[in-house]
Ligand binder design. Structure first.
Ligand SMILES: [Zn+2]
Length: 454
């Protein structure tokens, strides 16, 4: 019997990663992500999967980011009762991210209902915090390089992807075929994370392409962030930095810490980490010393270089402070979370600054701000953007196109087929072209919902 892969997400878009592998009446789902960004994409979260959750025999996660894990609470609520396999780091991060995601879904639905902004009566959350807490019981962890069998006769192994804590590439051996899912690949020169390890040999490769059409600039985050925050400190403004609670928050903190140490920024510049999730994540760096570049002393410094803001009252109290100060807050694309309140409060003043970190999915507020839009809607109100907008092109947690090609080149032999996934159309297609021309491998960009025999 042949092995097939159905691309249920992460095809032609960065979000919604879900790859269904079928063989001999068994089904395994690699990643179970939420669609984010444009409404048209988000509506896919409400569509039924082509099979019922009960028909899935196992789920394997590459890493904890919501575009790879955020659909799990719904899958479990709708009848998936079997294990969810991942690394220990991914489990710990999901325990932080998924309940918060459920909480945000509930808050959004409540907001729409309160302000009668919905044509659905009433608007329902996609899932709740409780749904998320329930699905966490199904998690089973496996160390890197330790093969396991999620389904009898199906062998899975995790290798380091270097993207965030716990992030793995997944090698699946089934029906005599070796299929490699890159997951999100970290960069080789990240200030925080260790680089991805060489990919194991495989017949079929699914490779991410978030930055498939871009190269990272030669300068690092210190060179970009230093002058910007210097300007801010001099004019006494407030910098609002939307950050992903997992990954970017810690990178930016680490960079600020170093800039203060080098005397580029005044040691007294107040920095606030206003995201309980980011605070918890920062704590996890201590638990996984092998997965990042920081030594024990630097990890300690990371948790002490900012004032950790845990409660909503502490968060609201920030509004009474004067600049200069830096506020790091989630979510990273300003799609929700506490950062919205800070943006609403500070975006209108030209002395202030909005620092955009990392990839912004099209259609998100983050992408609109990055594109220079003069006004965005927050909580039903128009908010003028007069603050200086700074984009950190160096802040990506993904390999760029050349680094991705270099990673593929490290494979022992050429795979029979590469599928370029997890990228916007143009990025995916550019990377496909480079794989076809520079490596001379067969490469394709799969369509959403299509199935390939591998
Ligand atoms: Zn990711």
């Amino acid at each position: 019997m042949s092995v097939s892969i159905t691309f249920l997400g992460g095809a032609g878009t960065v979000t919604g990663s879900k790859y269904l592998v079928r063989h001999n009446s068994h089904s395994l789902l690699v990643d179970c992500g939420l669609f984010q960004g444009y409404k048209l994409l988000r509506e896919r979260n409400w569509q039924r999967l082509p099979l019922t959750p009960r028909q899935i025999d196992a789920v394997v996660l590459t890493h904890a980011h919501l575009d790879h894990s955020g659909y799990l609470p719904l899958l479990a609520r709708d009848g998936y009762t079997k294990p969810i396999h991942c690394t220990p780091g991914t489990r710990d991060l999901c325990a932080i991210l998924l309940p918060d995601s459920g909480h945000l879904q509930e808050e959004d639905a409540a907001f729409l209902n309160r302000h009668a902004l919905t044509r659905h009566q009433p608007a329902l959350p996609l899932y709740t915090r409780l749904d998320a807490l329930h699905c966490l019981k199904q998690f089973r962890t496996h160390a890197f390089h330790k093969p396991f069998e999620p389904i009898p006769g199906w062998r899975v192994q995790f290798t380091h992807a270097g993207h965030i804590l716990g992030a793995a590439s997944v090698l699946l051996e089934v029906g005599g075929r070796r299929i490699l899912f890159s997951g999100d690949l970290g960069r080789t020169d990240d200030l925080l994370m260790t680089p991805p390890e060489a990919p194991p040999a495989a017949d079929t490769v699914l490779v991410e392409s978030t930055y498939g059409d871009r190269e990272h600039p030669a300068q690092d985050m210190l060179q970009e962030l230093g002058p910007a925050l210097q300007r801010l400190a001099q004019r006494g403004g407030v910098a609002v930095v939307p950050v992903f609670a997992v990954g970017r928050a810690q990178s930016v903190l680490h960079a600020i810490q170093q800039l203060k140490g080098q005397g580029v920024l005044p040691a007294s510049l107040p920095v606030f980490l206003d995201s309980p999730m980011a605070v918890s994540t920062t704590g996890l760096f201590e638990r996984y010393p092998g997965e990042h570049r920081l030594n024990a002393q630097q990890v300690h410094a990371l948790s002490h270089c900012a004032t950790m803001v845990e409660t909503t009252d502490q968060s609201k109290a920030l509004a009474r402070r004067h600049g200069p100060m830096v506020i790091l807050s989630a979510s990273g694309m300003a799609t929700g979370g506490r950062v919205l309140h800070h943006l609403a409060l500070y975006a209108g003043d030209h002395r202030n600054m909005i620092v955009i970190t990392g990839h912004q999915a099209p259609g998100t507020r983050g992408a609109r701000i990055a594109a220079g839009e003069k006004s965005i809607r927050i909580h039903g109100q128009d908010v003028a953007i007069r603050a200086e907008v700074v984009q950190l092109t160096s802040a990506s947690a993904h390999a760029d196109a050349t680094q991705t090609l270099a990673w593929l080149r490290r494979m022992e032999h050429a795979p029979e087929q590469v599928y370029v996934v997890h990228g916007e159309m143009q990025a995916a297609d550019m990377l496909r072209e480079r794989i076809a021309h520079e490596l001379r491998w067969r490469a394709a960009v799969p369509e959403h919902g299509s199935t390939a025999t591998v």
